[in-house]
Structures are given as structure tokens and as C-alpha cells.
Design a protein around this ligand. Structure first.
Ligand code: NAD
Length: 261
């Protein structure tokens, strides 16, 4: 069945990759719940823009992805307001860069909560409806850091390796129910998340901005180009299609060759 008329929840979709997922799904006729932080007026502009541009319903839920009860309520409300959650994209994520000995414990806890545990709580709430309806698509935004590490990113790399394992586990549990669970592992995508970590990396490595861009970020990416948010979103739309119904439990890289090296 085509995607048109399905309902999706995309976490962390007020910015960057998440916003691109929401707009790409809406372009296929999918109603979407967007989520994330930001200025109320900016969020409302994005929400109304999606409805206007694509003629779908777009709701905003401000659930904090570090709060399990808010995540559950977001799924329950989406099921109530849209009728179902057919597509769940767990995408919210933050970054913090520091040597392990200085890594603030509260940052560790926050990154594990937002980048890993939120996907567990979201899936836990959404899977029963998907299994009952015998159709569902779950996509977790992992990262090249689900496969390889970089120094100073202990919490992020741990969370991303964790989400890759969580993806495989839930894929096995839902395999006979028409539900697929996959993760997308981008390399460096040019978004506010990448832009914001440049000052910390400059400090941690004692480098200029240009050195961080060329010698740290794009150094890992053989194509020497950033991935675009539209490219990541197009892969998610494909994973939601019937053509992708036999792709489950996969960790699909889109990293300009980074993890091939
Ligand atoms: P971004 O900073 O542009 O967007 C992050 C989104 O998450 C925003 O909408 C923000 O409001 C939301 N968010 C943050 N904390 C939240 C919370 N507690 N509750 C609800 N929402 C919250 O970042 P991005 O680059 O688009 O990253 C999106 C995902 O992609 C993340 O999981 C990130 O780890 C992953 N990723 C990014 C890159 C990259 O290079 N940008 C590469 C690989 C993976």
C-alpha cells in the first residue's frame, strides 16, 4: 500500500535531518507529528508550512526526549489525534565533545537518554499498534559512530552503537508482523548539530575552524563532501516503501565512504 494517508511521528524534527524527514514524508502524503525544541514562532512556521506545502495534517508535540513519560504520551496522543502511528522515526539527538576524564556525568546521562533511551520508549509505545495493524516502519537515525569511534565522543559513540543493537533486536521481534526496523547511519551531514560542535572541537584539539572542518570532519569522509539532509530523508522514504519491506534489522550507511576505510 502506498504511503499516502499514513501517519508518522518524527522526533527531533524542528531542525536539520528530522525536519527533512518530516517534509519528505509529507511530500508523499503522510500526516506528521513534528517534535523538538526551538522558538514557538519558528516551529509554528515550519508546522503550518508543511500543511500548506503538502496538504497533509501536521501536528507539533513538544515532548522532551529525555523524559520517558512525555515520549509515551506523544505516541498515545498521535494515535488519538491521527488514528495511528504507522511510521516512527527516532531522530532526536545531541552531541557533547570532551576527553573522557573531563566528560561531565550529567552530559553522559543526557546523551544516553536523548540519543538512545528515547528510541526505546518510542518503540515500546508504538510497536503494539503497528503489530496489531500488521504494518509499520521504524527508522532510527544512528550514525557512522554506530560503527566506528572518534576520540572525545564517548557518550555519543556509546549511544549510537547502542541504537544499532536496539534496532536489530526490535527488528527480530517484529519481523512477522509487517513491521520493519532499520537504522540510517550518516557520516557528517551539514546541520546545526555539526556546526555547534566546531567550537568545542577547536578547543579540545587546539585547532582553527578551517582545520576542524577539513582535518577532523571531512578528513573521515573520502568523498570530501558533507551528506545533505535531503539525501538522508530520501533514504528514509525508500525504507517506508513496499519495495523495502524485506529490509529489516539493517544499519544502512550514508557516509561518503567513511566506514569503508
Ligand atoms: P539538529 O541539532 O539540527 O537537530 C536535532 C533535533 O533534536 C532538533 O529538532 C532538536 O530540537 C531536537 N532535540 C534535541 N534535544 C531534544 C529533546 N530533549 N527532546 C526533543 N527534541 C530534542 O541535529 P541533526 O544533525 O539534524 O541530528 C539529528 C540526528 O542525526 C541526531 O540523532 C544525530 O545524532 C544524527 N546524526 C547527525 C549527523 C550530522 O552530521 N549532522 C551525522 C550522523 C547522525
Amino acid at each position: 500500500m502506498a504511503l499516502k494517508g499514513r501517519n508518522a511521528v518524527v522526533t527531533g524534527s524542528t531542525s536539520g535531518i528530522g525536519l527533512a524527514y518530516a517534509r519528505a514524508l509529507a511530500a508523499e502524503g503522510v500526516n506528521v507529528v513534528i517534535n523538538g525544541f526551538g522558538e514557538a514562532a519558528d516551529i509554528e512556521k515550519e508546522r503550518a508550512g508543511i500543511e500548506k506545502d503538502f496538504g497533509v495534517k501536521c501536528l507539533y508535540d513538544g515532548a522532551d526526549m529525555s523524559k520517558p513519560e512525555q515520549i509515551t504520551a506523544m505516541i498515545v496522543n498521535a494515535e488519538k489525534n491521527l488514528g495511528s502511528v504507522d511510521v516512527l522515526i527516532n531522530n532526536a539527538g545531541i552531541q557533547f565533545v570532551s576527553p573522557v576524564e573531563d566528560f561531565p556525568p550529567e552530559k553522559w546521562e543526557q546523551i544516553i537518554a536523548i540519543n538512545l533511551s528515547s528510541a526505546f520508549y518510542g518503540m515500546r509505545a508504538a510497536v503494539p499498534g503497528m503489530k496489531a495493524r500488521k504494518w509499520g516502519r521504524i527508522i532510527n537515525t544512528a550514525s557512522a559512530h554506530s560503527l566506528v569511534a572518534s576520540p572525545f565522543k564517548s557518550a555519543y559513540v556509546s549511544a549510537k552503537h547502542g541504537i544499532a543493537g536496539l534496532t536489530k533486536t526490535v527488528a527480530l521481534e517484529t519481523a512477522t508482523f509487517g513491521v520493519t526496523v532499520n537504522c540510517i547511519s550518516p557520516g557528517y551531514v551539514w546541520t546545526p548539530l555539526v556546526e555547534k560542535q566546531i567550537p568545542d572541537t577547536m578547543k579540545a584539539r587546539n585547532m582553527t575552524k578551517e582545520q576542524v572542518m577539513n582535518d577532523v570532519l571531512l578528513a573521515a569522509q573520502p568523498t570530501k563532501q558533507f551528506v545533505t539532509v535531503e539525501q538522508v530523508a530520501a533514504l528514509a522514504v525508500f525504507l517506508c516503501s513496499d519495495a523495502a519491506s524485506q529490509i529489516t534489522g539493517a544499519n544502512i550507511s550514508m557516509d561518503g565512504g567513511w566506514t569503508a576505510a
